[in-house]
Write a protein that binds this ligand. Structure first.
Ligand SMILES: C[S@@+](CC[C@H](N)C(=O)[O-])C[C@H]1O[C@@H](n2cnc3c(N)ncnc32)[C@H](O)[C@@H]1O
Length: 195
């Protein structure tokens, strides 16, 4: 696990209440899906999507290793840019936690990767569904082609977010080299920070 993924999990763990609905916006091999399931507990529901059928199969397999009782899982064979509609089709109107772990799946075709434009669409869509106190995290990898552009686009988007919609934080490692993954966390914080 990278330092940024660990940081995203550590950020979420004390802040997410059990029993809500979570989204893993890049299922991959299901590590984040299972993390969300543990956090949300048996009353929770996790929706996970990926554009690669093999990723969804791997996520399903990892899910089976979780002991019961456990959260319910819904897998979506689509890009996260379509998740708002898929969630609406399932009657989902509020989310407690959303995880993005961007880039490509290690060990597979590196050309199948997330991209700035579709990631921004998904971030905007899913942020609007966050319940007050809900958390959205993004791990972005500037070290692969298109990765720096994607990270920069996310940072620009996050900087202009009205605080009343979400408080945005950015975590980077100053002495691990220029291309290390970075973490962005957005909290739908009901506190009025305007003072
Ligand atoms: C770094 S991996 C995710 C790792 C995963 N969260 C885990 O815990 O194993 C990135 C994943 O994003 C997927 N992906 C690429 N474009 C996507 C899109 N538009 N929507 C959803 N997933 C996408 C890739 O297929 C890949 O599986």
């Amino acid at each position: 696990m990278t330092a940024a993924v660990t940081a995203a999990h550590e950020y979420m763990r004390p802040r997410v209440r059990a029993g809500g609905i979570g989204v893993d916006a890049t299922a991959g091999r299901g590590h984040d899906t299972v993390f969300l399931a543990r956090l949300l507990g048996p009353e929770g529901i996790v929706h996970a999507c990926d554009v690669q059928p093999a990723a969804l199969a791997a996520t399903q397999q990892r899910w089976l290793t979780l002991p019961s009782p456990k959260a319910a899982l819904h897998l979506h064979a689509c890009g996260h840019e379509s998740m708002k509609q898929s969630l609406a089709d399932h009657g989902v109107t509020q989310l407690q936690a959303v995880i993005f772990n961007l880039g490509y799946l290690p060990g597979t075709d590196h050309a199948i990767t997330t991209s700035a434009s579709t990631t921004l669409t998904a971030l905007q869509d899913l942020l609007t569904l966050l319940t007050p106190g809900g958390i959205l995290t993004v791990v972005a990898y500037p070290g692969h082609p298109g990765g720096r552009e994607e990270l920069d686009a996310i940072l620009s988007w996050a900087r202009q977010l009205p605080p009343a919609i979400g408080l945005a934080r950015h975590l980077q490692w100053l002495n691990l080299g220029p291309d290390r993954a970075e973490m962005i966390a957005i909290e739908a914080d009901p506190t009025d920070w305007s003072a």
